[in-house]
Ligand binder design. Structure first.
Ligand code: ADP
Length: 514
C-alpha cells in the first residue's frame, strides 16, 4: 500500500484568506486585546503583549496582553471582592439563572462570528467550530443555567445519641467553593472555557480564567459578552499569558479556593503540586490514549468511517481521541485498508475553507511534536499505510497517518500524540483486547463497536475509562460526566458532577432542646 499524500498542491490554498472575514472579527483582530480584570479591560502590569498566529499560514493575526503574577494578583483580588460582595453573593438563584441564559443568548446570536474567530485562531474547520464547538458550548451554558435553582441539600435523620437528653435537627447545604482559577488547553478554546466557567458561575463562584497562549481570542470575546450580559464586575476575570508564569501564579495563588485545569498530564502534575500550598480543591482533565475496539460481529464497512472519525476529528487534537484501534482478526485487513483509504482521502485545508476536512495543527511546536512521534514510529519498524509526513507549507499541517505493525513498547502506542496519528493492531478474543485496551497509564475514553449486547456488558465493565462509547466515539453531552480514570485526571466535567465540584457541603446541626 502506498504512503500516499493529501496536501493540496499549492501552499497558498492552505492559508486562510483573512480579507473576507466578518467585519466584527476584523475589528477584533486589529486592536491589541487586553486583560479583563474587575469588569474593565486593562493592560498587563508590565505593558507586555504576545503574538497570536494563524496556524494555516504562520502569520501574526493579533496581539494580546501578556499577564503575569501581578495581573493574576489583581484578578484574584477582584474575584474575591466579587465573591464576597452583595451583588453576586446575595443574587437570588433565579436571577443567576437569568444572567446565565442571557449570556447563552448572546453567544447564540454571535455563534457564526465566534466560530469564524475560533477557526482562525485554532486552525479548525469553521464548519466544525460552528456545529460542534459553538453548538455544544451553547447547550452547556443553557444546561448549567438551569442549576442555580436546583442546588438542594438534604434533611438528615440524626440520632444525636452522644449527648443524652438533647434533640437535634440537621441539614446539609451546598455553598459555592469561592474563587476558582481555571487554566485551559487550546484544542477547544471556547468550549473548554465554557466547561469551566458555566458550572462555576452556576454554583455561585467567581472565576479567573487563564486561556491557552496559542488560542486566547474567543475567551476574550466571551469576556465581552459576559459584561454585556450584565455579570457584576469581578465575577469573571480573564488573564491571558504564558503557562509557566501566569498559569503557575494562578495555580499556586493562596487566594484561590479551587483550581480547575484541562491540559497535559505533565502540566497537570505541576498544577496538583502547586495547589497543595493552600490545599485548594482540584479538578484536572488530562491526557488520553483511548482505544477503539472493533469486535468480530461488527459490520466492518459501517464501522470504518466511525473509527476514522474517532481519531481524525479536530486533527486528532482531542484528549479522548480514539488513537489506538484494536480490530478482531477476521476484520483486521479490511478495516486497516478502509481506515487508511479514508485517511488518504481527507482534504487538508485552512479553517475558513468550508470544504476542508482537516486543518493544520495548532502550532509549530505541536507539529514538531507530532513529527517526532512519526519519526520514532517509522524508525521503530511501524508501517505507515497512510500519511507519515508533514506538509511542506508555512502552516502547521501534518498528513493523517495510520500505522500498522506496531509493538506495545513503541512510543506511538504508549504516549499521547495529540495529532492525526492512529495505530492499528489485531486481537484474538475479549480477554486479550481488554488487556491491550487497559495497557496504558491513561483512562479517559474507550469505544466498542459491536451489535452483541452480551459482549457490550462483558467488555465495558472491564475497561478502565471514564467514558465507554458503544458504536460511537467522542460523543459528549452537557448532561454526561466526562473525565478520567488513572492518569487522565481527577474529577469530572459536565453534568451534575461538574456543578457539584464547585460546591462545598455544609452540615447544619441544630439542638432545639437547648
Ligand atoms: P499543551 O502541552 O498541549 O500545550 P499544556 O498542558 O502545556 O498543553 O497547556 C495547557 C494549559 O496549561 C495552557 O493554558 C498553558 O498555558 C498552561 N500551563 C502550561 N504550563 C503551566 C504551568 N507550569 N503552570 C500552570 N499552567 C501551565
Amino acid at each position: 500500500m502506498n504512503a500516499a499524500t493529501n496536501p493540496a498542491s499549492r501552499t497558498d490554498v492552505l492559508a486562510n484568506d483573512l480579507s473576507t472575514i466578518r467585519p466584527a472579527n476584523a475589528a477584533f483582530l486589529a486592536t491589541p486585546r487586553r486583560l479583563l480584570i474587575d469588569g474593565a479591560w486593562v493592560e498587563a502590569a508590565t505593558g507586555q503583549t504576545f503574538e497570536v498566529r494563524d496556524p494555516s499560514s504562520d502569520r501574526v493575526i493579533a496581539r494580546v496582553a501578556q499577564g503575569e503574577r501581578a495581573d493574576i494578583d489583581r484578578a484574584v483580588a477582584a474575584a474575591r471582592r466579587a465573591f464576597e460582595g452583595d451583588e453576586w453573593s446575595r443574587m437570588k438563584p433565579v436571577e443567576r439563572e437569568k444572567l446565565l441564559h442571557r449570556l447563552a443568548d448572546l453567544i447564540e446570536a454571535r455563534a457564526d462570528e465566534l466560530a469564524e474567530l475560533e477557526a482562525i485562531d485554532n486552525g479548525k474547520s469553521v464548519v466544525m467550530a460552528r456545529h460542534v464547538d459553538l453548538k455544544h458550548a451553547i447547550e452547556v451554558w443553557r444546561y448549567m443555567a438551569g442549576w442555580p435553582t436546583k442546588l438542594e441539600g438534604q434533611t438528615l435523620p440524626i440520632s444525636g445519641t452522644l449527648v443524652p437528653g438533647q434533640e437535634y435537627v440537621a441539614f446539609s447545604q451546598r455553598e459555592p467553593i469561592g474563587v476558582v482559577g481555571a487554566i485551559i488547553a487550546w484544542n477547544f478554546p471556547l468550549l473548554l472555557a465554557t466547561w469551566k466557567i458555566a458550572p462555576a458561575l452556576a454554583a455561585g463562584c467567581t472565576v479567573v480564567l487563564k486561556p491557552a497562549e496559542e488560542t486566547p481570542l474567543t475567551a476574550l470575546r466571551l469576556g465581552e459578552l459576559a459584561l454585556e450580559a450584565g455579570f457584576p464586575k469581578g465575577v469573571l476575570n480573564i488573564v491571558t499569558g504564558m503557562g509557566p508564569t501566569a498559569g503557575a501564579a494562578l495555580a499556586e495563588h493562596p487566594g484561590v479556593d479551587k483550581i480547575t485545569f484541562t491540559g497535559s498530564t505533565e502540566v497537570g502534575r505541576l498544577i496538583v503540586r502547586a495547589a497543595a500550598g493552600n490545599m485548594k480543591k482540584v479538578t484536572v482533565e488530562l491526557g488520553g490514549k483511548s482505544p477503539t475496539i472493533v469486535l468480530d460481529d461488527a459490520d466492518a464497512e459501517a464501522v470504518i468511517p466511525g473509527v476514522a472519525g474517532a481519531i481524525f476529528f479536530n486533527q486528532g487534537q482531542v484528549c479522548c481521541a480514539g488513537s489506538r484501534l484494536y480490530v478482531a482478526q477476521r476484520h483486521f485487513e479490511r478495516i486497516l485498508e478502509g481506515v487508511s483509504a479514508q485517511a488518504r482521502a481527507i482534504k487538508l485545508g485552512p479553517g475558513l475553507d468550508p470544504n476542508a476536512q482537516m486543518g493544520p495543527l495548532v502550532s509549530s511546536t505541536q507539529r514538531d511534536r507530532v513529527m517526532k512521534y512519526l519519526g520514532e514510529g517509522l524508525e521503530g519498524g511501524a508501517r505507515a499505510t497512510a500519511g507519515g509526513r508533514a506538509v511542506p507549507a508555512p502552516g502547521y499541517y501534518v498528513e493523517p497517518t495510520v500505522f500498522a505493525d506496531v509493538r506495545e513498547d513503541m512510543s506511538i502506542v504508549r504516549e499521547e500524540i495529540f495529532g492525526p496519528v492512529l495505530v492499528v493492531k489485531p486481537f484474538d478474543d475479549l480477554a486479550e483486547v481488554a488487556r491491550l485496551a487497559n495497557d496504558t497509564v491513561y483512562g479517559l475514553g474507550a469505544s466498542i463497536w459491536t451489535r452483541d449486547v452480551h459482549k457490550i456488558f462483558t467488555l465495558a465493565p472491564k475497561l478502565r475509562a471514564g467514558t465507554v462509547w458503544v458504536n460511537c466515539h467522542n460523543v459528549l453531552d452537557a448532561t454526561m460526566p466526562f473525565g478520567g480514570y488513572k492518569q487522565s485526571g481527577w474529577g469530572r466535567e459536565l453534568g451534575r458532577e461538574a456543578v457539584y465540584s464547585y460546591l462545598e457541603s455544609k452540615s447544619l446541626c441544630i439542638n432545639f432542646a437547648a
